[in-house]
Ligand binder design. Structure first.
Ligand code: ADP
Ligand SMILES: N[C@@H](CCOP(=O)(O)O)C(=O)O
Length: 293
């Protein structure tokens, strides 16, 4: 795609990382979106935020979308004199639904569309920049590529394999956030060989379950690497996961939590009071540039 001169819109999906056993590797793009409108101007930076994060995130050059755009401009050695950015956000912040990845990927895709084209900043380069900004690849990969993604880092080099996936998803979003930084701080530095082997088998099975064998989802969503360690920071979420799993519903902590995600529908009765339920499809597209409206 060639650079766009006028205002442009970028739509970028929420994502759920880990999916149980695939810590820092598996991710799924979800049909809940942030939308950015970006315009090159003659001077200065103007940021407006509507929806999630309004009144909370900064409106200057420390805004995550702006920082991400700046990372792309630096790499490309080209930047507009000024930028007007409007964010219309539906992805809740600090809930384990990849809001930071959506902001980063949205900013990078917008910057690419503004000053370059995919020939100068291809998806692999963009995935690398996004992974460097986010610190792990498992949310930015589905936010960029859509579908189910297996992402990994080889040395410092990020890579991802995308797979088609069509599975019903229900998410239960609690009212209070838990930052990913805090949830990562609860993890031990080392795990046992037995737990690593347990998760390797479940993660492999999960890819099969999500693409071809949904009857395996309960076994495939078991995890020993992160959820229990994080339960202290999100006891209600952990209890909800256990309650659903006892009833045969494949439920997990989404990303670093505290949202609970289940691969099922018709389970709204499990929703604790004050939490928000969304019924979501998998987003097959990832981040897209739309015609300006
Ligand atoms: N759309 C956004 N615009 C600006 N900043 C954002 C946006 N989304 C996330 N952030 C920043 O990232 C933080 C949340 O990131 P994180 O703790 O990783 O949670 P999440 O699970 O939602 O990604 C927010 O508190 C905010 O600082
Ligand atoms: N693998 C990461 C995923 C974090 O996802 P988020 O949506 O909570 O940012 C982790 O588990 O820390």
């Amino acid at each position: 795609m060639s650079p766009v001169s006028g205002p442009l819109r970028v739509r970028v999906p929420a994502s759920s990382a880990n999916l149980g056993p695939g810590f820092d590797a598996l991710g799924l793009a979800l049909g809940l979106h942030d939308e950015l409108t970006v315009e090159a101007t003659d001077d200065g930076l103007v940021v407006e935020v509507r929806g999630e994060g309004a009144g909370e995130v900064p409106l200057d050059d420390t805004h995550l979308v702006v920082r991400s755009m700046e990372a792309a401009f630096s790499l490309l050695g080209e930047r507009p004199a000024g930028v007007r950015l409007t964010c219309t956000n539906a992805v809740p912040h600090g809930r384990g639904l990849g809001s930071s990845a959506a902001a980063i990927v949205g900013g990078l895709v917008a910057a690419r569309a503004l000053v370059a084209g995919e020939d100068r900043l291809d998806d692999l380069m963009l995935l690398q920049l996004a992974t460097d900004l986010e610190g792990h690849p498992d949310n930015v990969a589905p936010a960029l590529l859509g579908g189910l993604t297996i992402a990994w880092v080889d040395g410092a080099a990020a890579a991802a394999q995308r797979l088609d996936c069509d599975v019903p998803v229900t998410v239960f979003v609690p009212p209070e956030p838990v930052s990913t930084e805090r949830a990562r701080g609860l993890l031990p530095d080392t795990v046992t060989h037995a737990d690593a082997s347990f998760n390797a088998g479940r993660a492999a099975l999960l890819v099969a379950a999500l693409t071809a064998a949904p009857d395996r989802l309960i076994s495939a969503t078991e995890d020993r690497l992160h959820q229990t360690y994080r339960s202290l920071a999100m006891p209600d979420s952990y209890a909800l996961v256990r309650r659903m799993r006892v009833e045969g519903v494949p439920a997990i902590i989404s990303g670093a939590g505290p949202t609970v995600l289940a691969f099922a529908r018709g389970i709204d009765d499990f929703c604790p009071p004050g939490w928000v339920v969304h019924h979501l499809d998998v987003d097959p597209h990832g981040a897209v540039v739309l015609p300006a409206s």
